[in-house]
Ligand binder design. Structure first.
Ligand SMILES: NC(=O)c1ccc[n+]([C@@H]2O[C@H](COP(=O)([O-])OP(=O)(O)OC[C@H]3O[C@@H](n4cnc5c(N)ncnc54)[C@H](O)[C@@H]3O)[C@@H](O)[C@H]2O)c1
Length: 447
């Protein structure tokens, strides 16, 4: 091990290493807090001044139910272990810097690494000799070599592997479980050499209870994007099966139950689309090395199937409505995930866009999203059709008989398999369940 790696190792062991975190969002803020709580001095940098001011005042800028985060922020700020600012110069004395900026894809599905490039360039200008830079953001395979390393080398005037060290330790958090996942999930520690990976394992073991696996940077890039793309493809299969079952008058829910009796089969649930910050973009990040053929790859096709589900749900709604009448549709659930307030890439947003473009009046309810709070019966009043988009537990208490009475025509599309069909029928609803076709309208296979 080189001299500077050995001294970094002992600074990690005795917690004297100074840690910097760039980007204080869903990933960077809890990571900064966890390291501060483990005994390190942490400097956070974010371009968003109001955000850093909120953190320095001891408050978490992340809304929604994040167990433990608000207390942790106030604790580590009060103990002066965490300080944040908008100034990269505050990172000049840091031994380890985590980069946690956003890594979106463009409308043409290509990675947009502007924030990452800018963070690396600005960090390079102040980077301490022998520091370790760890990318926590999710990145396309090859990004450490093609984007991160050149940007840091150019701005620092040093060479990776001697003047500074590089690692990639992708995050596995989920909104609503940020701290729990950060503490308990296993992590891949991809280092630019085996010694760097070992140092990263020592660093993360100060608070991670899950496995810490040593790897190279490329493997870490592939693992993170593959785990999310795998889920996206799995959901797309369930949705594709649902569309086929609808076409032939079958029942995808029943088919799924029976298929899953076979060992090794585990079909996921169909639904009205895939949302959130990560899954919809990470398939494109994994597919990025394919260039133009990414669109026609399995990953691209899966993305299109999932992206098309809100419009498909809009079609089911249209099928239940009386033609040529200005109809009112009540959408239940706006968050992308049940019992969460996270609305990033919400499939409901796309559904509402499609319904509005078709000329329907759309009312929205969500018990977790401030903009759509209120009495669900008020949202359903005079509606011609309701759509259950998100399986929020609170909707289990919906009085279906009362709902049918306040609606102008009791019709419902269930995009999550949430309600019991018998109860909907008893309450007088005409309904469509995603993935279930009408045998009387079944498509016939031509011979
Ligand atoms: N949110 C999740 O649940 C989650 C889970 C796993 C991985 N990730 C990945 O982690 C990364 C960050 O995601 P996030 O949800 O925390 O994003 P976010 O948008 O919540 O936070 C990013 C922060 O970076 C700041 N920023 C952007 N450019 C900057 C720059 N040049 N210098 C300093 N600050 C800058 C922004 O102001 C923002 O506060 C992404 O790559 C994402 O895919 C996110």
């Amino acid at each position: 091990m080189s001299g500077s790696l050995t001294s970094l190792q002992s600074a990690v062991d005795d917690r004297s290493a100074a840690i910097g975190v760039i980007g204080l969002g869903y990933v960077g803020l809890p990571a900064a807090c966890m390291f501060a709580n483990a005994g390190f001095k942490v400097n956070g940098v974010d371009l968003n001044g109001p955000r850093t001011a909120t953190i320095n005042a001891g408050r978490s800028p992340i809304e929604g139910d994040e167990p433990g985060l608000a207390d942790l922020v106030s604790g580590v700020v009060a103990s002066r272990r965490l300080r944040t600012s908008t100034a990269y110069s505050d990172l000049a004395d840091t031994d380890v810097v985590l980069i946690c900026v956003d890594t979106p894809v463009d409308p043409d599905h290509r990675p947009r690494f502007g924030a990452l490039r800018s963070a690396c360039s600005r960090l390079g200008e102040v980077l301490k000799d022998g520091a370790l830079v760890i990318i926590e953001s999710t990145i396309a395979p090859g990004t450490i070599e093609s984007v991160v390393k050149p940007a840091l080398e150019a701005s620092s005037g040093r060479r990776a592997g001697t003047g500074f060290y590089l690692g990639h330790c992708p995050e596995r958090v989920m909104p609503g479980k940020l701290l729990r996942n950060m503490r308990t999930m296993s992590r891949v520690c991809g280092g630019s050499s085996a010694e760097v990976a070992d140092l990263m394992i020592a660093l993360y073991s100060t608070f991670v209870e899950g496995d810490l696996d040593s790897a190279d940077c490329l493997t870490a890039e592939l693992v993170k994007t593959a785990e999310n793309a795998y889920r996206d493809v799995g959901i797309a299969f369930a949705n594709q099966l649902a569309l086929i079952c609808e076409r032939v008058g079958g029942d995808a829910w029943r088919v799924r139950r029976l298929v899953n009796k076979v060992p090794g089969r585990d079909i996921l649930l169909p639904g009205g689309g895939v949302g959130g910050h990560c899954i919809p973009k990470d398939s494109w990040l994994l597919a990025a090395p394919l260039g133009d053929s990414a669109e026609d790859s399995l990953l691209g096709v899966a993305r299109r199937i999932n992206d098309g589900m809100p419009a498909h749900v809009a079609g089911l709604v249209s099928g239940l409505l009386v033609p040529d009448r200005k109809a009112r549709v009540a959408v239940l659930g706006f968050a992308y995930l049940e019992n969460s307030d996270d609305t990033r890439n919400s499939p409901s947003e796309e559904l509402i866009r499609v319904l509005s473009a078709r000329g329907f009046d759309v009312a929205v309810h969500d018990p977790f999203v401030r903009e759509y709070h209120g009495n669900v019966m008020d949202t359903l009043r005079d509606a011609d059709c309701a759509v259950l988009m998100v399986a929020h537990t609170a909707y289990k208490d919906l009085d279906l008989n009362a709902a049918a009475k306040v609606m102008r025509t009791p019709a419902l599309v269930d995009a999550r398999g949430f309600f019991e069909p018998d109860k909907l029928k008893q309450a007088g609803f005409r309904y469509r369940l995603i993935g279930v076709g009408d045998p009387s309208e079944a498509y016939e296979v031509s011979s």
